[in-house]
Design a protein around this ligand. Sequence first.
Ligand code: BES
Ligand code: ZN
Length: 628
Amino acid sequence: MKKTYLLALPLIIGLLTSCQNGKQSSNKSPEKSGPKDTTAMVNDPHSYAQPEKAVVSHLNWDARVLFDSATIVATATWDIKAPEKTDQIVFDTYDLSIQEVKVDGQRADFTLGAFQEDQGRPLTVSLPANAQKVRIDYRTGDSARALQWLSPEQTASGSARFLFTQSQAILARSWVPCQDSPGIRFTYEADVQVPKGMLALMSAQNPQEKNETGQYHFEMPQPIPSYLMALAVGDIRFKAISERTGVYAEQPLLEKAAYEFADLEKMVQAAEELYGPYAWGRYDIIVLPPSFPFGGMENPRLTFATPTILAGDRSLVSLVAHELAHSWSGNLVTNATWNDFWLNEGFTVYFEHRIMEEVYGRDYSEMLASLTRSELKEDAAAMLEERPEDTKLKLDLAGRNPDEGVTSIPYNKGYFFLRLIEEEVGRSRFDTFLRNYFDKHQFEVMTTEAFLSYLQENLLSAEQYERLQIDTWIYKKGLPENLPKVPSQRFAKVAQALEEFMKAGTLPAQKQTAAWTTHEWLHFLHKLPDSVTVNELQRLDEAYHFSQSGNSEILAAWFQPTIRAGYEPIYSRVDSFLVQVGRRKFLTPTYAALQESGRADLAQAIYQKARPGYHAVSRETLDELLDP
Ligand code: BES
Ligand code: ZN
């Protein structure tokens, strides 16, 4: 039986071992290299591309979305630049069938190299001297891992089919032949034909309503890496929230979504005040069908979101703050490779908490920080046992699926690393530093090493750098002892109430719990001891109706103690939830709890039913967990 470590950020427990190839990038810092041409400097172990020879700069994508055969038939025409004299360019592909390749209008020779699990095949195209444009005619395959084709029954409308993509980390290559490395940026335009009656949206300038023809045009004038390419197609509606923000969803969810995200404009303004102007024009959110495998995905201009954040009371909108924050950390300043993933996610969690503090107050954001800390301590302890190398901020994912790096570490250890620096230098200096960092490096890639030099040059003295143990934080395992503490008075009261319940059986009083937010309840549920009995759980359920909660976070947290204690009444709710929802963060710990509590039979039975409805990203994780 396998163990999952992460309640909040489940991961694949890899069968593959890390093969160190010693090719870590020791690049010169982008800030020292003058113009924004940083792409060719970093060796990315997860891409076949050789950008130092020939690199893409713009994509013209012409596509037909065919629901009947669940394929996209498309032409990708790439503008290329060849920094060196070269006679070939290499793209990444995954299960694409390539019909024809032309270079500057002439048919060109190409080869598809050997298939490697996760990475797919390199597509190598021969180039004449001074080649400008490479045109690739292709169609997607049955195992296009980025795509999920949904039947009407899997959507909110129940009446129209739906398609969405998920490209991060290295799945873009399964729907567009591309140089699929976060260090390579390009602008794009697209013409997409979808069935009449449907709307298509991309991570680009988007239409707000359906047209008669089903033909849509898109432009993304800012350069982005391939993992931010995104497409959604369905019977989708739009509702404005402010002049520059809004929400897309299927009709039945539109009003609910608009209510939930009412503070969107406030969040964008708070973010801009903190770290500078929003660089992407509009900021919209699309609420996807429940099989979307993540909470959110920061596709530029159009965040993709799970419907499980529609709690009805705006209590889960920190996820929106998170995806919005990526408009700076990640989308503007981008991790050079997936080994530097903490630069995307750690900065984003820090920024998310700052936005939440601005909009909802310090008390509130400190509850979030406290939850982050508990989760980190728990996950780091478990990971130190089984995969200690992955508790370093700077990862070594060569030879593995970068998905294995998606753990609490880059997110939460990354967050506390930045919080430590903030506590050292004070807020105002740290804010100035971050603002300049985003400004100076916008539309560039960043390596861990370049960031550390920048930190030394612009913020920390040598003495501070030593004393804070910066290198230990980045390159050593586990959690340094100067991990910042988060005093939360609100949580202290919750802990007290829990103690009284466990000791004396006194239920927290209604007049106390009436003021509790979702986060206080989550703290309460997370801290229930392993010794909690079925009887006690039943009393809690009767008093607070957790099993009927419409809040996905509370429900998923409630599944843990109840499944583990064998609280029978929970199983039917667990069953319906796992069949309905495909968000991996909820699936992995719930299936794991079933398995670990002696109900592997139930886990298998539910998985068999639910699996066809899950996105490939979730399927791959769960296949490994449930079918070792
Ligand atoms: N970019 C990530 C999602 C992601 C990471 C997808 C790596 C594929 C590979 C996104 O910003 C994210 O972190 N989402 C979190 C929510 C967040 C509030 C922690 C999620 O989906 O749970
Ligand atoms: Zn993120």
